[in-house]
Design a protein around this ligand. Structure first.
Ligand SMILES: [Zn+2]
Ligand SMILES: [Zn+2]
Length: 157
């Protein structure tokens, strides 16, 4: 993926620019993503908060604290309810972008699939992609980030 890259919500009120290369891209098959997004799986791109600039609009904050201690924070467009990115409380230096809202997303290929134990039966994952049955540990996530970085070094040098 080339940076800078721009994206925005479906009504056009919110526009943003990504100025740093993403750290990781994964597909999540968890039942929260399925329900929250109302679809088969979610796609998430981990980016550095400093590399995400709002060009236009004022995305609203979504905040929800769950009884089990999980804290959801994210931004969406109030006009069209496009979910733009998550703002993880535990690691505020990152954003979890919904990369389908990037203008140019046709060539995005996930580095990993997570929560495959609740994957819909018809979704088939290519054999060479890293899979996790549940939530990867921080260490495993770091391995995914490093593997992506090494792949990109090979492509770009
Ligand atoms: Zn909008
Ligand atoms: Zn999920």
């Amino acid at each position: 993926m080339q940076v800078p890259a721009e994206g925005g919500c479906i009504c056009g009120a919110v526009r943003y620019r990504l100025t740093r290369r993403p750290l990781a891209l994964y597909v999540c098959h968890c039942t929260d993503c399925q329900r929250h997004l109302g679809t088969a799986f979610g796609m998430s791109m981990i980016v550095e908060a400093e590399g995400l600039e709002i060009l236009q609009g004022d995305p609203k904050l979504f905040a929800r604290d769950w009884p089990d201690g999980r804290q959801w924070r994210g931004r969406f467009c109030a006009g069209c309810v496009t979910r733009l990115w998550g703002e993880p409380v535990r690691v505020p230096q990152f954003r979890v972008l919904r990369p389908g809202a990037l203008d140019d997303h046709a060539d995005l290929v996930p580095d990993a699939h997570i929560w495959t134990r609740s994957k819909l039966a018809w979704v088939s994952i290519p054999p060479d992609v890293r899979c996790f049955e549940g939530q990867p540990t921080d260490e495993e996530l770091l391995e995914v980030i490093v593997a992506r970085h090494e792949r990109e070094q090979r492509v770009w040098t």
